[in-house]
Ligand binder design. Structure first.
Ligand code: ATP
Ligand code: MG
Length: 391
């Protein structure tokens, strides 16, 4: 008898999207292959699940925990459909587990298999009870033993591990994430990835007012969330001249509003150039003066591009929870300055008007400065999929 140890994957939400199911599954397969390039794997799949055969089950399982579109991951043992072989395999598996009570749940997908599910449950349970000191508990067992009898063989597995869920990354195309070194924007990026939006990042730097460490911190954050994508790039915009022109020409209380309007203009321009469908950022309603609803309106009015703010309605503590979970928090709190935090005005306006912004913006030729920013973007492509420390 041969017993094969393999990984079984159950899909996430994509199974509810009937028409698109094939596209989703194919993309998921591609994403998995991309992340597992360094491993020797064999993938097979149908409309309900995927099987990954490999000699490195444990390492591969770890990698799969970062892939959106997977609902649960199970290490399964595959044997032929012979009852005695199944009995023996189940016993060998559970012998190594500590438990007092158990339950067997059989799914007989292969209807020609001669023993019905309930009878098969009893048969396996009896075999376990005869060999191990334990009891059956159908309501709250310590150990759940699942058996699936299918055409291609019988799969036996214990606990199912919850995976990330969401949609396969890229199924919604690519969005442009405004990535700062703060806590919020990496979380916003992660949440967009979860809904299938792949990312390129946009970072505004103002050397010498902002340091190389601040830039490396942003690259590191991109690196960390790249575990969920593998395709992320960082576009670094040299923002110094434009920012200095703003400070020279605009009253103190409006500098942040106008600076953010410039950021949005540059982001929208890049989206058009690269055919990205959406801008994503880490704004959260009411967090700072530039994130009151009035401010957001005035800032957002420079573009018709849709802007998604995944953390808009979250409390800071909720955002921090996610940042901890995705391991960006420790990097985000490193104390390097951002171009939004240097020269912070004492009293930034909380109800800025578009009229006033336009009036101040007429004072200098911002368009040529914007063009210069865009023409001098540096694109960093060689992010490490495993998230390496660049600091
Ligand atoms: P924090 O987590 O401390 O709030 P933050 O990055 O959210 O930091 P905010 O000043 O609240 O900083 O900025 C709101 C959003 O604007 C950010 O989440 C980010 O999407 C975008 N942003 C701010 N500064 C930059 C920058 N230098 N480059 C790119 N995007 C930026
Ligand atoms: Mg913020």
């Amino acid at each position: 008898m041969s017993v094969e140890k393999l990984i079984l994957i159950k899909y996430g939400e994509l199974t509810t999207k009937k028409g698109n199911r094939n596209t989703f599954i194919k993309l998921l397969v591609n994403n998995i292959k991309n992340v597992l390039k360094d491993y020797d794997i064999k993938i097979s799949y149908d409309r309900c699940r995927m099987y990954i055969e490999t000699n490195s089950v444990d390492q591969v399982k770890e990698k799969l925990k970062y892939i959106f579109g997977i609902h649960s991951i199970v290490v399964a043992y595959k044997v032929n459909n012979n009852t005695d072989d199944i009995k023996e395999t189940v016993l060998n598996i559970v012998k190594n587990v500590n438990f007092n009570t158990f339950k067997v749940e059989t799914k007989r997908a292969l209807k020609s298999f001669e023993i019905h599910s309930m009878d098969f449950n009893r048969l396996i349970a009896t075999h376990i009870l005869q060999n191990i000191k334990c009891g059956v508990d159908v309501h709250n067992p310590d150990l759940m033993i699942k058996i699936e009898i299918r055409k291609e063989g019988t799969f036996i597995y214990l606990n199912e591990e919850q995976a990330l869920g969401g949609y396969p990354v890229g199924v919604q195309g690519t969005g442009l994430l405004m990535l700062s070194g703060g806590i919020d924007s990496p979380v916003a990026g992660y949440l967009a990835l979860k809904r299938g939006v792949d990312l390129e990042c946009l970072y505004f730097e103002s050397p010498p007012h902002t340091s190389i460490q601040a830039k490396n911190k942003v690259i590191e954050l991109a690196n960390i969330i790249n575990k969920y994508s593998g395709n992320i790039k960082v576009n670094v915009v040299p923002f110094t001249k434009l920012q200095e022109a703003i400070y020279k020409n605009v009253p103190d209380n409006y500098v942040i509003t106008i600076m953010r309007r410039m950021m949005y203009r540059i982001a929208a321009n890049l989206c058009q150039k690269k055919n990205f469908k959406v801008i994503i950022n880490g704004e959260s309603i009411g967090q700072v003066a530039s994130q009151t609803l009035t401010s957001m309106n005035t800032i957002n009015s420079v573009t018709n591009m849709p802007v998604i703010r995944p953390v808009a309605c979250m409390d800071k503590l909720e955002i921090i929870d996610i940042a901890n979970k995705i391991e960006t928090y420790e990097t985000s709190i490193l104390p390097y300055e951002d171009c939004c935090t240097i020269f912070l005005p004492k009293h930034p306006v909380i109800n800025p008007t578009t009229d006033k912004c336009e009036q101040y913006e007429k004072r200098f030729d911002y368009q040529s400065l914007i063009d210069e920013c865009i023409n001098n973007i540096e694109t960093i492509t060689n992010l490490n999929k495993n998230g390496s420390n660049l600091l």
